[in-house]
Design a protein around this ligand. Structure first.
Ligand code: FAD
Length: 403
């Protein structure tokens, strides 16, 4: 019987192997992951888990027994170092070789590191990607300590919120003109800037990092404008790069990640890819989505197609972020927007609706799940309400769906 190997025991890898069994796959399945723990969810690492409001077992996507119960061989603490496409084998770091008939790459992504030359390798300079990273950060979270966050993306902002809630003094620096520059409109960025400042977080935009200071451990940072900021710990939240090195060494086509077709197949028909590491065609461009929903949906689509479904994967982009008592929900992809419409919600709730011309692309909803759901349904149906109706709070959300 055909042997399926999945490299990368994270969100996508776990979804893929489970779906194969649900779909009736009877052949052997091996899920290989270099981390020491079973597959787990990452979002709480910068939210409830970091804050100490969630314990480790709740991070695991399935109990460890699930894999054995479903005859899935889970190899944790095992890193794949090479793929031989001609021989259809993979090699592990201890030299062991495993043969596959079908291979899936769900290797996720690597956090970008600050260069060693500016102190990026100093103890106390942390990334925020793995359980091990969050466990290293947790002991610093107490009143009196200070945190420097380098980078104003969602993960950096979430970590800043947790640290501020824990009583730390927090400074966040962003080299670009504003926070969330890559992912959100100025309206959303301004809303979160105000929220953080109201919680005492110092947000310094348009200012690069010259170098981190300290000998044995990070003690602060020298900023490009000459200012010095003291800190007990620093988090580099400067983005991620898809984990493509295995695919690249094996000669697979790369294009902003491991290039797949709509069915998740790479340039080698025996090899598939899903999750953060994979890029796929979408509305005339090639995109890579860094989200839980995509990791699950794409991996399940790959499993279906491995089983012969021949079904194209249509992503339904969705993302969320928790900061303080705010839940941000994002529907759609805002790439190419030319204007943003603000819709006030009840109380402090608000949503920002991204348009390109008359076409609705995406919605950012803060503490407004109904606006989010409405936007999501409209975007998935390819429908665009008139912007002036959206902006008018007198127009009920329901009416937008039926307009
Ligand atoms: P991962 O879950 O990263 O899994 C990849 C796995 O492959 C890793 O365990 C890695 O060690 C392993 N691996 C890589 N190479 C090898 C190899 N050669 N051999 C063996 N194993 C290998 N998304 C949201 O939608 N909402 C959120 O609020 C949100 N918050 C986040 C907060 C944090 C702190 C982080 C880090 C991510 C967050 N995300 C969020 C993003 C989301 O977690 C990712 O998009 C998702 O985990 C991607 O799943 P994946 O399976 O592609 O990669």
């Amino acid at each position: 019987m055909a042997h399926t190997i999945v490299i990368g025991a994270g969100q996508a890898g776990a979804a893929l192997v489970a779906r194969l069994r649900t779909r009736g796959e009877e052949g052997p399945i091996t899920l290989i992951g270099e981390e020491l723990v079973p597959p787990y969810q990452r979002p709480p690492l910068s939210k409830a888990y970091l804050l100490g409001e969630m314990e480790q077992p709740r991070l695991f996507l399935r109990p460890e027994s699930f894999y054995a119960d479903h005859d899935i061989t889970l190899r944790t603490g095992a890193r794949v170092t090479g793929i031989d496409r001609a021989a259809r084998t993979v090699t592990l770091s201890d030299g062991e070789t495993l043969a596959y008939d079908r291979l899936a790459l769900t290797t996720g992504s690597h956090p970008r590191r600050l260069p060693e030359a500016i102190g990026g390798d100093l103890p106390g300079v942390l990334a925020m990607r793995t359980l091990a990273d969050a466990d290293e950060m947790r002991p610093y979270l107490r009143p009196g300590n200070s945190l420097l966050v380098v980078g104003g993306g969602y993960i950096g902002l979430e970590a800043a919120a947790v640290a501020a809630k824990s009583g730390m003094k927090v400074t966040l620096i962003e080299a670009a003109a504003r926070i969330l520059g890559r992912v959100a409109a100025p309206e959303t960025a301004a809303w979160f800037r105000d929220l953080h400042r109201a919680h005492g977080v110092g947000i310094i935009e348009n200012t690069g990092l010259t170098r981190l200071l300290g000998e044995e451990h990070v003690t602060g940072a020298l900023l490009a404008d000459g200012r010095e900021v003291a800190c007990d710990v620093a988090i580099a939240g400067i983005g991620i790069a898809p984990a493509t090195e295995l695919a690249e060494a094996a000669g697979l086509t790369l294009d902003n990640g491991i290039a797949t077709d709509l069915r998740g197949q790479t340039s080698d028909p025996a090899i598939w890819a899903a999750g953060d590491c994979a890029s796929l065609p979408y509305r005339g461009q090639r995109i890579r989505l860094e989200s839980v929903q995509n990791a699950i949906d794409q991996a399940e689509a790959v499993a279906d197609n491995m089983m012969g479904a021949e079904a194209d994967y249509v992503p339904k982009p969705w993302f969320w972020s928790d900061q303080y008592d705010v839940k941000l929900q994002i529907a759609g992809l805002n790439t190419g927007y030319d204007r943003v419409v603000t819709r006030p919600g009840e109380g402090a709730a608000v949503s920002f609706w991204y348009y390109c011309g008359d076409t609705l692309l995406a919605v950012d909803a803060m503490n407004d799940p109904r606006a989010y759901m409405t936007g999501k349904r409209l975007i998935e149906a390819g429908r665009s309400p008139a912007a002036d109706q959206v902006a008018d709070p007198a127009t009920a959300l329901k009416a937008l769906l039926t307009a």
